[in-house]
Design a protein around this ligand. Structure first.
Ligand SMILES: [Zn+2]
Length: 289
């Protein structure tokens, strides 16, 4: 995750050239990133039709989370800072770069391909993602919800049985045996704990101020809706319910309703590590700092 600072007039006193260099280097984001928009005065930020509220922070200033979707078209975008009346106070330019997500095939049975979310499931998840609560419970570094390696990263174009589905993977899959506990990666409030058709056993956690996470395919729950959880609390158990081709944990991170890359928040180890790709060591002089 990268910061995007509304520096305000006079924040940099080293001249326009330096200001431009600082802004330009900070303002390139890959698809799936979260733009942490900070401002002293603005109460909301807008980019490409999506808006994020900026909340007053304990350390001062305001902060909001603008998610960049995995399929956002690479290029330059205008970031607008808004006041309470919706007027544009100032604008910045930021660049979205192609994250070069790969394709991945998933082999599923006919029944699983045809599985659809019921109206109840779609409405409940939709309402959860549209909700933004005032109190910040999240902090910068998440714990991993399960210890297993990541066997499907965020952003890959998904194929079902060799056919492109037009959708992409909106979260990370981690390898885990059925029945293993799933831990809350950060403090939150349980907004969903329900067995759905498509997602299977699902928990939705609200971490406040526009940040939410969802866990799917669970075999069972350790929490009820409305419960307050702390980082590391068990929320449920790994399973293979809903559209899943075996036990694993799928989880997603949402910034104001936009699915963003979980790797922005937590370190996960890919299962298929590149074979013996030991980091190249430069000559001693090059490393001398
Ligand atoms: Zn998944």
């Amino acid at each position: 995750m990268a910061n995007f600072q509304d520096s305000g007039a006079g924040a940099y006193t080293v001249g326009m050239w330096m200001v431009w260099m600082v802004a330009a280097s900070a303002a390139v984001f890959p698809q799936g990133a979260v733009v942490k928009v900070r401002s002293a005065e603005a109460v909301a930020a807008r980019m490409n039709g999506r808006q994020a509220r900026l909340f007053a922070q304990e350390e001062g200033g305001r902060l909001g989370l603008l998610g960049i979707p995995a399929q956002e078209r690479p290029g330059e975008y205008r970031l607008e800072y808004l006041d309470a009346a919706g007027r544009v106070l100032k604008t910045d330019t930021l660049t979205v770069r192609d994250a070069r997500f790969p394709r991945q095939n998933v082999v599923l049975g006919k029944q699983q391909v045809e599985l659809k979310a019921s109206t109840v499931e779609a409405e409940k998840v939709g309402a959860f993602l549209a909700n933004v609560s005032e109190k910040r419970l999240w902090k910068e570094v998440f714990g991993a919800p399960v210890p297993g390696c990541m066997n499907s990263p965020y952003g890959v174009a998904r194929m079902h049985n060799g056919k492109l589905t037009g959708s992409y993977h909106g979260g990370a899959d981690q390898r885990s045996a059925a029945g293993k506990p799933i831990y809350a990666p950060v403090d939150g409030v349980v907004k969903i704990a329900e067995m759905f058709e498509l997602r299977g056993g699902t928990v939705g956690l609200d971490h406040g101020q526009g940040l939410e996470t969802i866990y799917m395919h669970m075999s069972g729950f350790a929490v009820k809706e409305g419960a307050v959880v702390k980082q590391g609390d068990v929320i449920g158990y790994v399973g293979s319910t809903g559209r899943a081709n075996g036990p694993h944990l799928h989880w997603s991170v949402y910034a104001n309703g936009v699915a963003v890359n979980p790797l922005e928040w937590v370190k996960l180890t890919p299962c298929a590590a590149p074979a013996k790709a030991a980091p190249k060591k430069g000559p001693p002089l090059a490393r001398k700092r």
